[in-house]
Write a protein that binds this ligand. Structure first.
Ligand SMILES: [Zn+2]
Length: 175
């Protein structure tokens, strides 16, 4: 038996507001990096997504502000963009990760990947290298630096791949 419920207008409005909030909110964390809540930031929440962002955003719990830092030169007419997913995955996976936000990304990386698979190949390699570096670091912690040369080699290749993809956010800083 099929039961059809009608949702009162007040409930529909509340759901709509909650949906808008969840799409635009950022996490707030304490000094230990533990999430303590969610908040809307009037400027930062308006920054659109790009898989090749030109800013990095983070929350500074000491001064209680969302920080937006340029990660490359930004021209006067260029849109400020950040990444909503923080992912180096190939384009089709990024589009899946962005589905909850209700749009299809059309950044330069996503558009290029429709015609040229080189970007997706590099991004797949980035994911592999991040995994390899973690493995080499674990190995070197256990076996007294024996994995370190491999980790450094992987980190150098990772930095080259990230630069080729125009990814200058935290992944490059930690490579
Ligand atoms: Zn994109």
């Amino acid at each position: 038996m099929l039961t059809i419920f009608s949702v009162p207008a007040e409930v529909q409005q509340t759901l709509s507001v909650m949906s808008i909030f969840s799409i635009n909110a950022f996490t707030i964390a304490n000094e230990h990096g533990q999430t303590t809540g969610w908040a809307i930031f009037p400027i930062a929440s308006r920054i659109n997504h790009s898989c090749v962002p030109n800013v990095h955003n983070s929350y500074n719990s000491t001064i209680n502000l969302r920080m937006i830092h340029a990660i490359r030169l930004i021209t006067a007419e260029e849109e400020i963009t950040t990444t909503y997913i923080g992912s180096s995955n190939p384009a089709y996976k990024r589009q899946q990760e962005l589905e909850p936000y209700g749009f299809r990304c059309s950044c330069s990386s996503c558009e290029t990947s429709l015609e040229d698979t080189a970007s997706d190949t590099r991004r797949e390699r980035i994911v592999e290298l991040n995994r390899d570096i973690t493995w080499h670091e674990l190995k070197s912690a256990v076996h007294c630096s024996r994995g370190l040369p491999d980790a450094l080699k992987a980190a150098e290749e990772l930095a080259l791949m990230l630069e080729a993809e125009g990814i200058f956010h935290l992944d490059l800083a930690t490579a």
